[in-house]
Structure formats: structure tokens, C-alpha cells
Design a protein around this ligand. Sequence first.
Ligand code: PEP
Length: 253
Amino acid sequence: MMRTPIMAGNWKMHKTAREAVDFVTNLQKELGDWKETEAVVAPPFMALAPVAECLKGGTIALAAQNCFWEEQGAYTGEVSAPMLRDVGCRYVIIGHSERRAYFGETDETVNKKVKAVLSSGLQPIICVGESLEERERGDTVQIVERQVKEGLKGLDETAVPSIVIAYEPLWAIGTGKTATPEQAQEVHASIRGLLSSIFNPEGAQDIRIQYGGSVKPGNVDELMAQPDIDGALVGGASLDVESFARIVRFEKK
Ligand code: PEP
């Protein structure tokens, strides 16, 4: 199966509902009926409903940036996967490094959330990545493989078509330092190898693995030229219509 490239904009804690609607209105104008790449936007929770309304009938998909693993109940401040599905999301970003660093997320909570997302009929974008210290110690592959293995624990092959993995080296997020295409490819290939053993080789070929970390119009083409890089998870550059549209319409090398 051909893997359709997937470019997702993680807006983090940026944009009010009105700003978000203006942004996607312009993005839709810019992208027209572009279908070669799957474009995804992940606004803050408060903007999901109005943005979903705006995206109806179009080609851009909607993602949330997080969710809780229970469906409902006494969990003040949390949002569940069925609620996200109800509002029109297709994807949920799970285990972003900022959530692991500031909000206590662990491989175990990531796994619970991944399962909740899948059982609600949504698709998880599961984030993994090593710190600079871990890379310098030579532990990159070991750390990333642990995060993937624990994040996917207990899943079977029926999950394969729904899963997206995002490899985001922590030292490259928001720093302007991108992993070289070769550095990224090396980790992506090891993730795909691991996916073959968790699921099966065919399944592993179908799973899209995004790279994230200072992806910009100027470096997206060479990253996407790598055989195991199937898209990007984009922070900063996704907040600008022109930049994000250029990333979505990367040039094939
Ligand atoms: C991210 O937060 O997922 C990210 C990759 O951010 P940036 O593109 O700003 O490095």
C-alpha cells in the first residue's frame, strides 16, 4: 500500500476560536482541493467545534492535541475521545514531548490514551523522541523503541490502519535545529523495523511515520525524500498559512 504523506500542524496553545476560523478559511483557499498530501490541523480544544464547522466538506482533517482515557465521569478539566469524535476530530496527538515534560505523561498513560482513541474510532498520532543527553549517550534508538513498544502495548493488527507515529527529537522541537534527513531516516527505519515485529511486515509498511522538529518550507523537501519519512508534525511553521501550505505541498525529489 502507498503511504499518503500526512502533514499535521500542532498549534499548541495558540489562537482563539475566531483566529482559528480565520486561519483555516485562508488555508482552505490556499490549498484548494489539494489531495496528494493529507493536511491536518490541531487547534486548542476551544477552537475545535468552530473549526470543524468551517472544514466540513473539505479535505483538511481535524486533530485534538490531547485527550483523557476514560469516556466520561468525575475527571474535572478533562476531555474524552468520544467527545472529540463527536465534535468532528479524526486524529488525536498523544504523548507530545511537552505533555510528557510538563503534564506528567508516561509511556503507560500514553498507552491508555492510545487505546481510548482507537476504541472511539479515532486515529492516534503517537509522539516519541529522545533528549539531547540521550542522543549524546548513544541511547536514541533504545529510548525511541521503548516509547513505541510501550505506547502500542496490547494492540493487535486491527489497529494498524489507524496508527500514525511522530518521531520528534526533543532537541529539535522549537529550537530551529532540525535533525539531518539521515539522522531522522535512521530512527524512522528502526521504528519501522520494530513495527514489523509488533504487528507484521506488511502492517509496518502501511504505518505512517512523521518527523517533527523545526520542519519548515526550507527543509521539508529533503526530509520527505527519505524512504521512511511519511510526513511531518509541525509546530511553529504551522501557524502561518503560507508556510504550512508550502509544507503540505512539499516538492518530491
Ligand atoms: C512540535 O511541537 O510538534 C514541533 C515539531 O514544533 P516545531 O515545529 O516548532 O519544532
